[in-house]
Design a binder for this molecule. Structure first.
Ligand code: NAP
Length: 293
């Protein structure tokens, strides 16, 4: 039976682990906060990374940010110290291209196969095995991991060599961030002009500018449901990653700066643990209106 060590039981990791167990993989989990392991069943629970990893055919992780990946991979007793060339390592976190490249080099130096494979989709897609995975790494390693990805995803996209997956993720997240920003601006404009936001979303759901983001996030905004399937803290992190990525290439991504400023303000106002779109509440407040109801 194929064995998997899964590190990180956050929103995304929990959904993915449940699907891997249902598909019949032999899964061992580790999470920094051990109590979160109670959200998954049918797994072995390890109390350290060093206990989770030996003997695993695949080591997967989907962690919050660069700091989390640095701690889990590079700290003494961490993944790099524990893993052997018998395992394929797959990082599914959204992190900087620079750190992903650093990981790839460190695993290569140990003779360990590595893929960067971040995901599109949110809590529901993770729970349903309906993610969209973008992968960077060698062809043979990608093919080896394909049966694992198939359990987690609706589609899998091999973007190129190591680092191509995480770069695609940042490109896609720029599109997502801008869609949420423009949704907020449009709904505020509409409400201020006397239009019904529900009817605006009905038009947006059928026209040539429809997107699942307008539909899904729009529904949250008009019902005032900012429960955190994807937290504002994480989207703020992503907006910063996109800016750093653009800077590193010597180009401008001005709309990422607009969204980042709105996210910074909402985060400073204490909305970090709400849904990523919660900054739209402040846009509405500025206009002297409410979009919920
Ligand atoms: P989450 O619910 O906040 O979970 C974060 C995970 O990272 C937890 O397991 C957490 O452990 C761990 N972690 C954080 N800091 C750590 C550290 N210093 N050392 C060790 N572990 C640490 O996040 P999520 O929503 O699952 O997102 C995970 C990743 O997927 C992020 O990179 C995010 O940007 C990306 N992503 C998220 C979504 C989404 O809709 N949620 C969609 C696509 C991509 P503890 O339990 O101990 O805190």
């Amino acid at each position: 039976m194929t064995t998997i060590a899964y590190l990180g039981l956050g929103t995304m990791g929990t959904g993915m682990v449940n699907n891997l167990v249902r598909a019949g993989f032999d899964v061992t989990v580790w999470n920094r906060t051990p109590e979160r392991a109670s959200a998954v069943s049918g797994v072995h629970v390890a109390s350290t990374i060093a206990e989770a990893v030996p003997g695993a055919d695949f080591v997967l992780y989907c962690l919050a940010d660069d700091t989390a990946v640095r701690d889990v991979v590079f700290s003494p007793g961490g993944l790099l110290a524990s893993v052997t060339p018998a395992s394929v390592v797959v990082d599914m976190s959204t992190i900087s291209a620079a750190l992903s490249d650093e990981e790839a080099a460190a695993y290569a130096a140990k003779g360990v196969s590595f893929l960067d494979a971040p995901v599109f989709g949110s809590k529901d897609e993770a729970a349903a095995g309906g993610l969209w995975i973008v992968v960077g790494g060698p062809d043979d390693v990608f093919e080896k991991a394909r049966p694992v990805f198939e359990v987690l995803s609706e589609t899998i996209h091999h973007m190129g060599k190591n680092g191509a997956g995480v770069r695609m993720k940042l490109v896609g997240n720029l599109m997502v961030a801008v869609e949420i920003e423009v949704l907020g601006e449009a709904l505020v404009l509409a409400k201020k002009a006397g239009l019904d936001p529900h009817k605006v979303l009905q038009v947006a759901a059928v026209t040539d500018f429809k997107t699942p983001i307008f539909a899904g996030v729009g529904e949250r905004v008009v019902t005032g449901d900012y429960s955190p399937a994807f937290s504002l803290t994480l989207m703020r992190k992503d907006a910063g990653l996109i800016q750093g990525f653009a800077d590193s290439l010597g180009i401008k991504a001005p709309s990422a700066g607009v969204v980042k400023a709105n996210l910074d303000r909402a985060w400073a106002a204490g909305l970090g643990e709400e849904h990523a779109s919660a900054f739209i509440k402040l846009m509405a407040e500025d206009a002297g209106i409410s979009l919920a109801g």
